[in-house]
Design a protein around this ligand. Sequence first.
Ligand code: TNX
Length: 537
Amino acid sequence: KKIILLLVACVGLGTARAQDNNPNLGIIPAPVSVKKTSGAFTLSQETTLLADSVDNKAVIFLADYLKNSAMLHIPVKQNSGTIANNSIVLTSVGTDGLPAEGYRLTITSGNVTIAARGAGMFYGIQTLIQLIPANKSATAKLPCVQIEDYPRFGYRGLMLDVCRHFFNVQFVKKYIDLMAAYKFNRFHWHLTDDQGWRIEIKKYPKLTEIGSHRTSTVIGNYHDRTPQQYDDTPVDGYYTQDEIRDVVKYAADRYITVVPEIEMPGHAMAALASYPELGCEPDLGYQVQTTWGISKNVYCPSDKTFAFLEDVLTEVMELFPSKYIHIGGDEAPKDVWKQSEFCQKLIKKYKLKDEEGLQSYFIQRIEKFLNTKGRSIIGWDEILEGGLAPNATVMSWRGEQGGINAAKQNHDVIMTPGSGGLYLDHAQGKLSTEPLTIGGFAPLEKTYSYDPTPEELNNDQKKHILGVQANMWTEYIATENKIEYMLLPRMFAVSEVAWTPLANKNFKDFSEVRLPNHLAWLDKNGFDYRVPTAIGA
Ligand code: TNX
């Protein structure tokens, strides 16, 4: 019996993500500055939690965490100015000179203090949580330390494609929980595509009646990896507007903005199947697509289509407070527009150069609509073709060149190149031993080593790099377990790309010293993940 108890105690300690003996205390993403001092703070049921405001959402998050995960029922008290020993103090005092989203966490043997404002308080709390053993006994010792920390980039994103396969609200929240714990702040929700329309739009019920159902899937040999396979499992599902509001609030409570993506003019088959009049050939018999890859059918740039998209975006704006609305823009073949008399007339009428000019006209018209409502667009880097919309932010996915060109034109950029290891649908190891993936290779070290600021840009241009994002496309990911396997631990690497100053990044320290405790924490919490191996193994 004693041996079993001892084992349990060891496992308990192992689940603290922090490590006393590591200069970064085991924290991921590695902070800006960590100065260890001697001694420890004892966290217990007698500890008090003092805050400037008891209904601050970061403060509530900590109290809930202590109650649910650390079994410490510690009510929040208003800070009256006198601070007794054995308190956790959350305060805006002492934040002078802190950059946006930053915090100062000081642990002495007497008290824990987090000085921060807004999101910074939430991130200070996330760091503190990493220092608390998850299944601690009645008390826990936290190492004395002074941490000053703030992010390298303001946009720290993760994308989830819920179109190719659908994932329910509960799982989306789990994804958001992971993001919050590792200091991501933008959840890019890919809601519409050829293979499924996943957001309820009241004015156009057929989008979900028809567009959210796929009868079967042809698993093509997209990258010559597999013989053609046929899967007759139907893929159905969409989020009601109430569910979306719930997710948006859940994310906001964790300082995460949800950026919705409504694809146009391509990746629109599910919409065309629902409302064929939005295509250039309404009698063609559009179907929700059952194969992967690029569809040659796209929205027709007609007044009907613009009225439809404005209606859709109006409902989208009511649901999502995000300044940015992602309008897609990628992979829109121009063959149909080339052959359409209507499109050719438009090109003449608006004195456009060609079909690329027409796509640029399309995106600019949508941008104008969203700008008048106080919103801004993000588009995939194809929106550079034919000329950028005046205020557009570019997501550079086909390498960095699109982002470089956009920054040189004084446009904001989010770097998310597949070639930089940011495509989480790419394999993490030897194809022969990995589960089926789409092609592409993104081992942990490659993801970790990515730097979103290309040498070629001067310092002013670099300011346009708002940040970085990793993408989870789900053609070959049908289950929650597989998402976790593809996400973990690569998203931890992405968190350091997005948060940690370049000078503090160190793959050996990350992977060999700090990561094991985080993997133990994943084990403890029942996540699937890929055990890291040397590159190519
Ligand atoms: C390209 S990245 C796409 C997606 C696919 C992905 C697969 C982008 C803007 N478009 O439609 O799912 O590749 O890796």
